[in-house]
Ligand binder design. Structure first.
Ligand code: SAM
Length: 219
């Protein structure tokens, strides 16, 4: 096994309290260097986000692990990800879930992620270019939804596309780059329970049920 991956999983993920065996196994299985540009390869296993173009980032590995664990996946589920970015988190999800639908607002990033996921052999991931705040009704309902960008509030469309018993993990906050990580569990037709999982910093969720791209979110 790749020694850099081993070290990343042990020091950045397991040592910080991520215990879910399936999540740890998924991180061992996905080479993060396949999801960054050639210039970034040498930094692929660093404990930080990295630039991927369009002023966006591949998230810090620990944050991806924390959010994946919070989804409470057991295997075989249908999962929606909003914010494909590099495609790395989609690959992690695809190691555990049965089917992953992932949406990215930048066509260029969606296309690169599509190519990388295919190259890495994931045939259970569908990459869609578009506004993920509206979800993807055609494949709903989902067992789990994860949003990798921070919005002002929890999009109603995403709540409605959760199965009863399903979990939605999303950064929410009134400022552009400081949010609280929330887990929303759908408890019934109209019932939702909300938990606060701590403070996080994400790029803005821009869309019809997120921040307005113009004039821009409040600073
Ligand atoms: N999960 C990604 C990975 O593994 O590389 C990291 C995602 S990056 C932190 C957040 C992504 O969300 C950016 O690529 C951004 O373009 C995208 N994004 C922001 N608002 C969006 C929206 N409404 N719909 C879809 N993608 C969105």
């Amino acid at each position: 096994m790749n020694g850099a991956i081993e070290t990343m999983v042990e020091r950045q993920i397991a040592a910080r309290g991520v215990r879910d065996e399936q999540v740890l196994r998924a991180f061992h299985a996905v080479p993060r260097q396949m999801f960054v540009s050639e210039e970034m390869t040498e930094f692929a296993y660093e404990d930080s986000p990295l630039p991927i173009g369009e002023e966006q980032t591949i998230s810090q590995p620990f944050i991806v692990a924390l959010m994946t664990e919070a989804l409470g996946l057991e295997g075989g589920e249908r999962v929606l990800e909003v914010g494909t970015g590099s495609g790395y988190a989609a690959a992690i999800l695809a190691e555990i879930a049965g089917e992953v639908v992932t949406i990215e607002r930048f066509e260029s990033l969606a296309e690169t992620a599509r190519l990388r996921l295919a190259e890495a052999g994931y045939d259970n991931v569908t990459v869609i270019a578009g506004d993920g705040t509206k979800g993807h009704a055609a494949r709903a309902p989902y067992d789990a939804i994860v949003v990798a960008a921070g919005g002002p509030d929890v999009p109603q469309s995403l709540r409605r596309q959760l199965k009863v018993g399903g979990r939605l993990v999303i950064p929410v906050g009134g400022a552009m780059d400081v949010q609280r990580l929330k887990r929303i569990t759908r408890t019934g037709e109209d019932g939702y329970e909300e938990e606060d999982l701590g403070g996080v910093r994400f790029v803005p969720l821009v869309g019809s049920e997120g921040w307005d791209p113009s004039p821009g979110p409040p600073q």
